[in-house]
Design a protein around this ligand. Sequence first.
Ligand code: CO8
Length: 277
Amino acid sequence: MTDADAATAKFIRVACPAPAPASLSPGGPLGGVALITIDRPDALNALSFGLLRELAGALEALDADPACRAIVLTGAGSRAFAAGADIRELAVQSSSSLAEGHDFDAWGRIDAIGLPIVAAVRGFALGGGCELAMACDMLIAGDDARFGQPEINLGVMPGAGGTQRLTRAIGPARAMELILTGRTIDADEASRVGLVTKVVPAGSTVDAALELAARIAEMPPLAVRAAKRAVRAAGELPLTHGLAAERQAFFALFDTADQAEGMSAFIEKRQATWTGR
Ligand code: CO8
């Protein structure tokens, strides 16, 4: 998002650095961490095409900012992370208007972000909202969170990664049941089946996500980006290719100053100072 875009953004708020949670330095900024809030609470943060474009732009701007090391993505209010794509906007589409428009391009842009993204989910994460949470790298759920792919109730099916990411996250038998019945699951069930990283009391969801992001922001940035790429590749590549990609990325990190610093610091029994080079 350029400065001009930020000035006209309707549905996305960006705080970089993020405000520190009470458990860290309360009131102060949280160095290296950005907080993005989807700010459309009257429609339970429904993801219109314009909103998704704004979100992709905001993520890309943070990804290009060397001061930003990790991102938390949340929804405004306590009722929803996002209750899905904007049904009013989808209702007037046809197969050709969807295919010929570029409204789904934002999903590819979100997928290409190199910085780690932590979703902080309170309330509903349904349809496109569940797909967006799953497009993030880690997922902190408040104990009031509800996840699901209810598109079947609307005469359609998931269209932004739900059939693929949910299946990879929780396995085909469970994903099939949720997608074919539209049943939603609470935070505990989502945790049991492996969809979320951690469940926390609802009121501390964003703080817990910021704490996690702050820990990652202290890590060597080139290694963080390389590790994110490699873990995500595990969902796409056959094992032998994934192992080869991992080894190549591991070797490449030995050309970085941070590898020399990290290993010297260990041997000299001191704290490492990362430069991101
Ligand atoms: N789209 C548009 N508006 C919505 C949406 C939505 N997905 N969800 C809620 N809203 C609006 C409601 O219309 C209502 O607005 P208003 O006050 O003006 O009538 C307001 O938010 C509050 O909602 P409710 O009154 O319905 O609140 P309830 O507490 O009674 O119910 C629910 C909450 C259960 C979450 C209910 O709102 C609901 O079922 N929402 C729809 C959930 C859904 O079906 N999601 C899937 C949508 S399809 C989809 O995501 C396909 C993804 C494809 C790719 C993505 C492309 C961008």
